[in-house]
Design a protein around this ligand. Structure first.
Ligand SMILES: Cc1cc2nc3c(=O)[nH]c(=O)nc-3n(C[C@H](O)[C@H](O)[C@H](O)COP(=O)(O)OP(=O)(O)OC[C@H]3O[C@@H](n4cnc5c(N)ncnc54)[C@H](O)[C@@H]3O)c2cc1C
Length: 523
């Protein structure tokens, strides 16, 4: 006899786990199925180099999820009951330039403006005025973020009703570069923000990327950007504990081959072993839009085709991890204790060239990186006195002329460390115990959500945001033609990064089942 639950969840990433946790807490029997040996997807922490050194292969610094009522209001008791703890250094994202200068965004707007003023008083004042306006827009942004999206046209119409909304709408249609050019005169100030926004994996000249600058700066000064004590696996494990506490089950090393559909209704899943697991009320799938037609038979071919045409981001990156004797010491020691550090060139043209190159399938000649040394804040992740280094640098999704072979990846890993050591005083071979790397292809191997190494799932282009993400027909998490099938993943609203977006999927399921979701989550 096939096992049966109220809800079966295919995929154990942070989005699926949060959806499952809300539904389990609301009294449903839930079973989560994860193909990897651990739950968490892109929110894991593992010994990747040598025993005793715990690395976060993917997500490390968390910000969007900190604004989600799941964390902010502790709706799932992850902090109060299941042991989740965060730390927030003062400098959240610092930039080190190749001419040994630096600047930093801090949670404090005053401190950020002080940092900008080292380069330009005028830019510091422009930023203060911009953020003061943007913070007033924050309810418009965060109000839309953690529940099912309103249709795109309706959202635009709502924004169009007030001057602040109209400004945001304008920003949504502009490129990040154009907004930075409008606001700032100093090129290093522009570089700091442009590099940061590049983490959304689009070229900053792309129209529509202006929204990232609005939402990132709104969140940066109203929310703490944080690391997780013990590593981000503790976050996924807290979600897992919450599910199990409320009677749910989790199975790892369990690959879902397809979603079962009968008479237009999703009835469960089939594993690659042939075993079937049945669902009475809902099936949740972390199914990339490109794979929807392969995983679910009998859907409208136009809808499947539209999903298959979802556009991936412009670039990706190579991730490297290092076990170190000492934490990196920068030539600008002021950034040694930042949560995240961006080593970059000091010329805007060089940074733009990096975006051009990676978008064209070429390895850039310079680093545009994001680095974290979490053991500075959380020594529990390494043997006493030792350190870890998380070091990601932009790279093409598919490397031209040969692709991401292990040899190509290893060459890039070596080059990255050579370049990085120029920003530091102690990153020679004597400080390195071991290193490893993951190419975009390896990231995709770990999770099918990261198609071609696109960890946004699909590009955060305007045509794939809000009520158009991934497509207008699929944006409400439900899959037309397979009643009871719902989607989670970075390719769904609110998008890539750790967001706790599964909360919105759970909200939609509760509403479809006639339950009062406000009993389980603030609206
Ligand atoms: C290199 C890198 C760095 C990143 N850095 C950050 C960061 O610092 N901060 C941040 O907020 N975000 C970061 N991200 C993004 C973040 O990791 C993702 O946006 C997030 O993990 C998406 O969560 P998810 O649950 O939607 O999907 P995923 O994390 O991709 O989880 C999906 C899970 O479902 C499983 N699965 C899928 N299909 C099946 C199936 N058929 N059967 C069984 N299991 C299945 C997968 O194995 C996976 O475990 C980074 C990502 C990468 C790759």
């Amino acid at each position: 006899m096939a096992k049966q639950y109220d809800v079966v969840v295919a995929g154990g990433g942070s989005n699926s786990l949060s959806a499952a946790a809300y539904l389990a807490k609301a009294g449903m029997s839930v079973c989560v199925l994860e193909k990897n040996e651990v739950i968490g997807g892109g929110l894991v922490c593992r010994e990747l180099t040598v025993p005793g050194f715990k690395h976060e292969p993917h997500a490390t610094g968390l910000i969007i999820v900190m604004a989600n009522p799941m964390i902010k209001n502790d709706e799932l008791e992850l902090k109060s009951r299941f042991g989740l703890r965060f730390f927030t250094p003062e400098k959240t994202i610092a930039t080190v330039y190749d001419d040994e200068t630096w600047m930093s965004t801090c949670v404090s707007l005053d401190k950020t403006c002080e940092s900008i003023a080292k380069f330009s008083n005028r830019d510091a004042e422009a930023y203060r005025a911009f953020v003061t306006r943007v913070i007033k827009m924050a309810p418009l942004l965060s109000g839309a973020m953690f529940k099912p999206p309103v249709p795109y046209g309706q959202f635009a119409m709502m924004l169009d009703q007030s001057p602040l909304g109209q400004e945001l709408l304008r920003g949504m249609m502009m490129s990040c570069s154009a907004i930075l050019d409008e606001l700032f005169e100093n090129e290093k100030v522009k570089i700091h923000f442009m590099k940061w926004m590049g983490i959304f994996l689009l070229h900053p000249d792309e129209r529509g990327t202006g929204l990232m600058f609005y939402s990132a700066t709104a969140v940066a000064h109203t929310q703490e950007e944080s690391g997780v004590y013990g590593g981000v696996q503790a976050f996924s494990d807290a979600l897992g504990k919450c599910i199990e506490y409320h009677g749910g089950e989790i199975r790892t090393n369990t690959m879902v081959r397809k979603i079962l559909v009968s008479g237009g209704k999703a009835t469960g899943v089939e594993l690659d072993t042939g075993e079937q697991i049945l669902a009475r009320k809902a099936v949740i799938g972390c199914i990339h839009p490109h794979l929807l037609g392969d995983m679910v038979a009998g859907l409208d071919p136009d809808m499947v085709d539209e999903a298959r045409r979802c556009e991936l981001s412009s670039h990706s990156g190579v991730m490297t991890h290092w076990a170190l004797h000492e934490a990196p010491k920068y030539k600008c020691p002021e950034v040694n204790d930042a949560l995240l550090v961006q080593p970059v060139p000091s010329k805007l043209a060089d940074l733009k060239q990096i975006f051009d190159d990676v978008g064209n399938g070429l390895m850039p000649k310079r680093l545009a990186s994001i680095v974290a040394h979490m053991t500075v804040h959380d020594p529990s992740r390494a043997p006493a006195g030792k350190h870890t280094l998380y070091f990601f640098s932009f790279a093409p999704k598919i490397l031209r002329d040969g692709g991401w072979t292990p040899a190509a990846r290893d060459r890039v890993q070596e080059w990255m460390m050579q370049e990085y050591s120029k920003y530091c005083t102690n990153m020679g071979p004597e400080n390195i115990i071991a290193g490893m790397s993951e190419s975009p292809a390896d990231q995709n191997e770990w999770s099918p959500s990261f198609a071609g190494g696109d960890f946004m799932g699909i590009g955060m282009f305007q045509h794939q945001l809000l009520g158009r993400r991934p497509t207008p027909r699929l944006a409400q998490y439900a899959v037309p033609g397979a009643d009871g099938l719902y989607l989670t993943g970075p390719f769904m609203h609110p998008g890539g990064a750790v967001t706790g977006g599964g909360r919105a999927t759970a909200m939609k399921i509760m509403e479809d089942l006639g339950m009062d979701s406000s009993k389980h989550m603030a609206l």
